[in-house]
Design a protein around this ligand. Structure first.
Ligand SMILES: [Zn+2]
Length: 178
């Protein structure tokens, strides 16, 4: 079988790719010094490469950190020694926070809706992500961690998110902290 080549990753990109995610990935790759965008890789090679580029310090994640900071929490980031490398770890509260992109983690909301093409491909991929998420949460809870998941779409309602995080992480006087 002749491997299909990826012609473009940006500006409309491949059929079934979401342009906004492509733009984000391009930015990450540029930070990592991967400038070759007009692609010599096959689809499979590109896919494996992209999978290795961790989505770190994304905009939703920075927004959540900012809320937690203003609530007075101290935290550490991306602890690799814990299952799933949680985005935010609060050892003092025995709590971890994941900030999940709605699309990749299969949230059925406006933000996370499926592309109209290559549906089976994306559904399989996202189902695998969800299964892994569930496994990671189970492991962390088994180790005594409280697991809080923030979804990307919640960033559209910052006040509600702030109240939820404060409640779930055990701050009682929310108003005083905002
Ligand atoms: Zn969502």
């Amino acid at each position: 079988m002749v491997p299909r080549r990826v012609d473009r990753l940006t500006a409309g990109g491949r059929v079934g790719e979401r342009p906004d995610y492509d733009a984000q990935n391009q930015f990450r790759m540029m930070r990592l010094g991967v400038f070759q965008m007009t692609d010599r890789l096959t689809v499979g090679q590109r896919s494996r490469l992209m999978a290795r580029i961790r989505s770190k310090d994304t905009r939703p994640e920075l927004a959540v950190r900012s809320i937690l900071h203003r609530l007075g929490f101290r935290f550490r980031l991306h602890r690799r020694d814990l299952p799933g490398t949680p985005d935010i770890v609060m050892p003092g509260r025995s709590a971890v926070v994941f900030v999940h992109g709605c699309f990749w983690h299969g949230h059925r909301c406006k933000v996370g809706k499926m592309p109209k093409s290559r549906v089976a491909y994306w559904e399989a991929k996202i189902a695998a992500n969800r299964a892994r998420d569930a496994r990671v949460r189970r492991k962390l809870r088994g180790l005594g961690w409280k697991v809080v998941v923030v979804r990307e779409c919640e960033l559209g309602h910052l006040d509600a998110l702030r109240v939820r995080l404060a409640r779930e992480l055990g701050v009682h006087r929310v108003k005083a902290c905002i």
